[in-house]
Design a protein around this ligand. Sequence first.
Ligand code: KG4
Ligand code: ZN
Length: 357
Amino acid sequence: MLVLGIETTCDETAAAVVERQRDSSGRILSNIVRSQTSEHARFGGVVPEIAARAHVDLLDGIVGQAMKDANVGFAQLSAVAAAAGPGLIGGVIVGLTTAKAIAMVHDTPLIAVNHLEAHALTPRLTCALAFPYCLFLASGGHTQIVAVVGVGKYVRLGTTVDDAMGEAFDKVAKMLSLPYPGGPEVERAAGSGDAKRFAFPRPMLGRPDANFSLSGLKTAVRNEANRLTPLEPQDVSDLCASFQAAVLESTADRLSVGLRLFHEQFGPPRALVAAGGVAANHAIRGALQDVASKAQTTLIIPPPALCTDNGAMIAWAGAERMALGLTDTMDAPPRARWLLDANATAPAGFANTRAGF
Ligand code: KG4
Ligand code: ZN
């Protein structure tokens, strides 16, 4: 089975061709990702209108390149999959409409993929992981702990009540005048900082649910930065190190609760899987390793290019759905918001304006 996958929900324009074999293993034939970071950098964050226009400009060429690299013709495709949400609606419309056009012209099945489902199923592409497993997804738009029970069967165990984790890293970077995207900059600065200099709050520590909160911590960093202004380079490093230490401690606590909830409902998880840009952070990886070891499970982090947004994960999720006969019709809607777990309700204090909770 050959599936073309298209991803345009945020600021990556991406397309890939993935093959799913009879034994249900997967192989990536091509995977083209064009990040728009440079277009958005001077605004300190993703500008939805600029993203949508860039997707329009770039997508045709990127789909063509993905098909060429895979050495596959449109007539050979078993399905065309696009991320139909959650995400920035202008970009989602561009990707989904392109997929519909290809599907219609070549009389190929369409699969409207939930972007979060694609992150959730990636370890089945990279290491044929069996269900059930626990996913920790932390990116610029999402912070969730999800029980991945089967294709289309997801139970959200925890989510953020305010900012996403990557968003908090980006905002802290911005207030300290570090470039965008802020996560890697904060991590770098933290490397030469004193994590004990500022006693920032450890959000949600000890709570019985597995939810996250990051906006109070972010405000605490802002208050301290304002108090110290003008900031010396050492102040910036110490603020970053102290912020990162608070995120680590909170994340470890929230995940250990999440894994406990998982165990109660689904038995032992086959693995703890981390995905999203924040999973690139080495200190966070270390904390995840500790949490997984304590819970007697394995930590799996897909390679960085498959942790962040890409077309291969959309193609693979499309292939997994196709194998179960789950195709979509031409009126499949683009969705700014699209819960992975239809039964999940917003936790108390829910204030996030970004998609996908
Ligand atoms: O998954 P991703 O590439 O895109 C989406 O947001 O969908 O994640 C990007 C986010 C940004 O907020 C970025 O600052 C954060 O991941 N990030 C990091 C690190 N690298 C990227 N956060 C903390 N430490 C890092 N090393
Ligand atoms: Zn993503």
